[in-house]
Write a protein that binds this ligand. Structure first.
Ligand code: PRP
Ligand code: URA
Length: 209
């Protein structure tokens, strides 16, 4: 069963409180989401493989550790997932970025796919799927199914706010996928919004609606 981790670092909690505020505008929303993504990436990459390297310091030879060079891909679910990509790339600049376009049909709440462009060697890469909102979990589960169909086997999901329903759906659909979020909220409302949540992440990020 995949692990579910709520990353409750004080800096993340503080920034998340501001991002939730309905009076926070798009500029601040964007900057804060990027900053939180960077902070989360630190935790998400904790188990990355390292290997011994020999480094000559000004004083002597030292046996040090460096990343073992396992290839990574960051895959945002459009649109709102885009808001987390640059924050993660700050720490892992060599990662490739794929894109999966999904939107929720507002009546059925079912995800509808409209775009998919992935690195050619996606099956060789560790994949980090990013989307700030895990509500019913339908979008994340479908995006991961699509990635598995393309050959990806090593996948993590990183979000900002989740509903318990979304966590349950995703862990059931993809028990091999570790989930990292900053908060698991109370519930979904009748419109499929996370309560208390932060509203529509894509609209707040891009200033639409
Ligand atoms: C939002 C959000 C997730 C999805 C979560 O996207 O960014 O992708 O809803 O809901 P779910 O867990 O119930 O599937 P939306 O469909 O609003 O598209 P957008 O990012 O383009 O605004
Ligand atoms: N998508 C969002 O952007 N917000 C929610 O609360 C649920 C789905």
């Amino acid at each position: 069963m995949g692990r579910v981790t709520e990353i409750k670092h004080p800096l993340i909690l503080h920034k998340l409180a501001i991002i939730r505020d309905k009076n926070t505008g798009s500029k601040d929303f964007r900057e804060l989401l990027e900053e939180i993504a960077t902070l989360m990436a630190y935790e998400v990459t904790r188990d990355m493989a390292v290997e011994d390297v020999q480094v000559e310091t000004p004083v002597a030879m030292a046996t040090c550790k460096m990343l073992a060079g396992k290839k990574l891909a960051i895959v945002p679910i459009l649109r709102a997932g885009m808001g987390m990509v640059d924050g993660i790339l700050k720490l892992i600049p060599a990662a490739k970025v794929g894109h999966i376009g999904l939107y929720r049909n507002e009546e059925t709440l079912q995800p509808v796919e409209y775009f998919c462009k992935l690195p050619k060697d996606i099956e060789e890469r560790e994949v980090i799927v990013v989307d700030p909102m895990l509500a019913t979990g339908g979008s994340a589960a479908d995006a991961i199914t699509l990635l598995k169909k393309r050959g990806a086997t090593n996948i993590k999901f990183v979000g900002l706010v989740a509903a318990p329903e979304g966590v349950a759906h995703l862990t059931k659909a993809h028990p091999d996928v570790d989930i990292y979020v900053a908060a698991i909220d109370e519930r979904l409302n009748e419109k499929g919004y996370i309560v208390p949540g932060l509203g529509d992440a894509g609209d707040r990020l891009f200033g639409t609606k």
